[in-house]
Design a protein around this ligand. Structure first.
Ligand SMILES: [Fe+2]
Ligand SMILES: [Fe+2]
Length: 269
């Protein structure tokens, strides 16, 4: 079921947490037989204009297309916006280009790579690259901010801040592997939730240095909700503060590597 994160009548933010289709009809999630990671997709509607954030790949396309039609006429979708280049973010790009009249907004760093998801010529004149420093994306007269999140985890990566709802969409930052019923819902107990995030962030985030730069930047925004692309979300200033404090101090990625991680299999050290 879609979850309404924000709705003031003219401006809506909708999360779709349960659309990943699995081979065996099993749901993606902790302890599931499904091989595909759960992923949240997001629809922003403002004054009858609309954008999808991180719509996912072929495992979500059909159900997401049907899901957004309760809110907008899909053919009129203004934008598909991708935080980075991963398959669970935007591998369905070709289908959105064929099925709608959308423009596609991607990090400039990946603009020449994402056409590999598409038929030859499908992206012609329809790709907009986000420069490294970020930019505003206008949706129905509202400015939606693409803010830098490079190396968290992708080398060219953006998060999206919506000043109307005060939601920060953070892609893989804050991602958790939780049971299906907790996906797209607020974290209640931060300490208990840590075990669902920590291993992922230690492996997928590049280094503590970039975590600290990102937290310093985010603390300048008025954030009511941090909403990741996998698992649960963080709602309210106290919970957002708990997440920022944890992430600022996280040792991850290259912080944790030693020569021991770089050995030729079968050769003596
Ligand atoms: Fe990713
Ligand atoms: Fe992801």
């Amino acid at each position: 079921m879609p979850i309404t994160l924000f709705d003031n009548g003219t401006h809506k933010c909708i999360a779709f947490p349960d659309l990943v289709s699995c081979d065996s009809d099993e749901k993606a999630g902790e302890g599931s037989a499904c091989e595909s990671v759960q992923a949240n997709q997001f629809l922003i509607v403002n004054n009858e204009h609309a954008a999808l954030i991180d719509p996912g790949g072929n495992l979500t396309y059909t159900r997401l297309f049907m899901g957004i039609s309760d809110y907008v006429f899909p053919k009129n979708l203004d934008y598909v916006i991708a935080s980075h280049q991963d398959p669970d973010i935007v591998a369905s790009l070709n289908k959105w280009l064929v099925g709608t009249g959308c423009k596609v907004v991607v990090p400039k760093l990946w603009k020449r790579f994402v056409p590999h998801f598409c038929s030859p010529g499908a992206t012609k004149g329809r790709l907009i690259g986000i420069p490294d420093e970020g930019m505003d994306i206008e949706i129905g007269g509202a400015a939606f901010k693409a803010i830098p999140a490079h190396f968290l985890h992708s080398e060219g990566n953006f998060h999206f801040y919506d000043p109307v709802s005060r939601i920060l969409f953070t892609g893989d930052v804050g991602a958790s592997l939780v049971s299906d019923d907790l996906c797209g819902k607020p974290v209640k107990d931060f300490d208990a939730h840590l075990k669902t995030m920590e291993p992922f962030h230690r492996r997928y985030m590049a280094s503590n240095k970039v975590c600290r730069y990102w937290v310093n930047m985010v603390r300048k925004l008025d954030v009511d909700m941090i909403v990741p692309q996998h698992g649960s979300l963080f709602q309210g200033s106290a919970m957002v503060g708990r997440f920022l404090d944890w992430f600022e101090n996280l040792q991850c990625g290259t912080d944790l590597l030693t020569q021991g991680n770089y050995r030729v299999p079968g050769l003596a050290a």
